[in-house]
Design a protein around this ligand. Sequence first.
Ligand code: GLC
Length: 730
Amino acid sequence: MTGHATDRPWLEPGLPARDRVEALLAEMTLPELVGQLHQSANVDPTDPADAALLATGAIGSTLLASGALAGAERDEGVDRARVDALQRAATSTSRLGLPLLVARDVIHGHRTIAPIPLGLAASADEDLVADVARRAALEAAADGITWTFAPMIDLVEDARWGRVAESFGESPLLTSRLGAASIRGFQESGRLAACAKHFVGYGLSRGGREYASVDVGELTLRNHHLRPFRAAVEAGVHTVMAAFSDVDGIPMHSHRRLLREVLKEEWGFDGVVVADWNGIGELVEHGVAADLRDAARLAIEAGVDVDMVSGAYHAHLAELVERGDVPRDLVLDAARRVLLLKVRLGLLDPGCPALPGVTPVEGSRALGIDRDLAARAAAASLVVLKDDDALPLAPPAAGTTLLLTGAFAHETTGLLGTWVLDGNGEEVVPIGAALRSGLAGLAGQDSAGSLVVDTGGFPDVTLRHAREAGTTIALVGEHPWRSGEDAAVSDVGLPHGQLDLLRAIAGVAKRLVVVVLTGRPLALGEVLAVADAVVLAFHPGTEGGAVIADVLLGRASAVGHLPMSLPRSAGHVPISHAERPSGRPLPASATGRGRYVDSPATPLLPFGAGATGLSYGPLRLVDGPAVAVDGGTARVALTVTNSGDVDVREPVLLMMRDEVAEVTRPLRELADLAVVDVPAGTSREVAFTLPSAAFGYHGRDLRHRVDAGRVVLTAGWGRPDESSVGVDLV
Ligand code: GLC
């Protein structure tokens, strides 16, 4: 940027952010205001058309992405030198010299790849999730990225949907807590903006299909799907992304009620609402806009501030204002939000690290990767679904073999999961190699030599090995290509052919341990039936191979718990722990039979399941049962005991049931959770303190309320040592 700071107050870091923005807005022409609302992908200053956009201030941000399905593809990666060249062109060729926001989907890591968010949710560990986001922000900012399109905080009860991989699962409270933790981690340095997406209800996409309709009322949105977004706004998220879908017939990119009236006005969100890829242009396909001009009008009126790649704002917004079809104030408000974000990120401060020449061009490559963090995250994400005294594996005795079989045995990139744009599969140690070196470390080279690694390409050979081996470890599950955006499946069982082979292996193996690698909850009924132990690994990231080997050999503890109900089949979804009551509940005696004549209706394994060996004492009231509706506090506690011989980190879930309310309330929902460390052979007291507002909900008038009445709190839900206490709100 050129010019003296004195005649350009927006460049003065000492002035209040809003004063700097207002001074700048007063200086800007309508085309320059509209320019801040235009986002184009991969802007290239050597391209004449892009150079013209930059020189006239007709663009405010760029997205570095391979295309509309960036999560399922790999591009050439981010190059800091190219980003610097872009910012140099943006700041030196235009009248006001405003830098661009540079965005990228940094979802579960940038160079250091953590487990997919569904795996991180299995840890239920806010500190861990914040650490992962903080590291991602450090690496992304080093590459000149100033905006990530994460966290995805859609609630998902349908394992068919490919994007369940990016979610934190089915619980509003868990997703709220982990979403807020991600935002804190991403934004703490002040150099990166997070983005809460996809506002709102996208996890309800019909049939689990991408881009489909959503049928839900505002009451369920408020009592369920809007909660994580409210938490995100309260956590200070800088941006929110609109969902592709229509909600009850109104496409989100034109949903004035939810975007402008609820998010911006009722909640006071002063950040930026960004369209999803061509989401504004797709209002034409939705059939609510006659053309791109109409789409631009609907979107700016609804409160969409930045147009991701459709070009509608760039082409039509100035003309719509000049013709009086769109109030200039709407454009001014949107530009204000974008410029306030740029000031908050320091982009208008001389010497900002995101500006050219300030940060070395080797960028994140100079940082290396944080393997300890990736390993910690991977271990916390693994869920032991079953263990009949099969784990940890003892090194094979002399003369016996240990068989590791399955396509994942030598896999590297496939362990990283979907939405990995800059992670490097070459940094992954495959499970086979990790297991072999683990055995060598535990019991010497002979033991390592007894490991047979077979990718399962010849089932007859696999069966021969399985018959001979003392223990067989079978790696099954799905490759990341069939999870993520536009990767819905109609069958949530194992991919074709895997179960047949697993059944055959089970018929000959002396002992069978199954590791399931996946981007979604799968129907694992038969797997659980035939295996002696089952470990569920939501695509575990850079250190996934090494950590799976360590867990199998007892050198690390898998402490994850299910962030989503495990379905019996695709016919059972959507399914969740937070079902609302039926007017005709099944009697307790009908356990096992559900509302299907051919199957139980309960999940195969419930939300929160995970074998870690803790026992729960009775839940008790710390104070009396009475809690004041206005400002009261409920305090409950229990003791958990680890009688095992390995330390355990456990999320202790506290469920609640509001027995009588103005609207139907879930049979159980997560009221609070506490992640506790319980060393081997010790007990720990776990205490919960809940403000009366935690028992509130949105009533028939859509307003939040806390009723007098009884609320039942339950710990250890679904376990043999489950216990409950009643709280009386008065
Ligand atoms: C995609 C996704 C969104 C992503 C955006 C940019 O279509 O829906 O989550 O952030 O486009 O890649």
